[in-house]
Design a protein around this ligand. Sequence first.
Ligand SMILES: [Zn+2]
Length: 268
Amino acid sequence: MFPIAQRNSVTFLQAENFLDFNFLTHAFCSRRGGVSQGAFSSLNMTTAQGDEEQRVEENWKILSRSFDIPGESFLVLDQVHKDEVLVVREDPDPVSDRPVPVCDACVTQLPEVALCIRTADCVPIFLLDPSRRVVGAIHAGWGGTALQIAARVIDVMTREFQCRPAEILAAIGPSIGPCCYEVDRRVYLAMRHHAGSEKFFRTASRSEKWNLDLPLANLHQLLEKGLRRKNIASSGQCTFCNPDLFFSHRRDLGVTGRHVNFIMLKKS
Ligand SMILES: [Zn+2]
């Protein structure tokens, strides 16, 4: 379990293995502390699901004030359940004129760029190479996990920034847990050849259904790439099981908001 913290109205979780670094800020935000109503209550960070634009804008302002990070520093992605990885090398343009990158992961060495992943059941994953000061953020639903997006991000960090996998730390945030995530044959076939699949799939009570442990599937990808088990922390909190804290696409039958998870290097 990741410990829960609070800044102003915002309730969020943090990975303990990421707290030792004074050059780093990160948060897996919960749904608490915003102004959205109804199914989007309350810290919903996207208009894509039908929430009012003004409320979502206010939620971003609340986040910005609470963490003392300027609004333009938050880099959001248009997440499409694929495995494209963006390397952010220059300060992004101001929010108003920059196109939203279509991809599901990003990596940077730049300070003051808060890499954002929005979720409601999918797995948010943060990576950190403390010696080279490189951070990464990943959105891994079953589609991205099947495409091994977490493994791809490790490849990008190794190739572009000379990171060593044995030194990379990982934090796997709250997502739908194996308790609540039943999948069909299509998902099973897409991942059964992955290392560790005998551990992250369990036969469900209904025939032709499997329970998938999506965080564990991603943990196995990171181990396969050479990360050390002791450097990977997993939240273990299930979004479906905790309606008070989390949005859940599956529990709320698609009518729900998105939390934001962000990681940022500070200026030294
Ligand atoms: Zn659950």
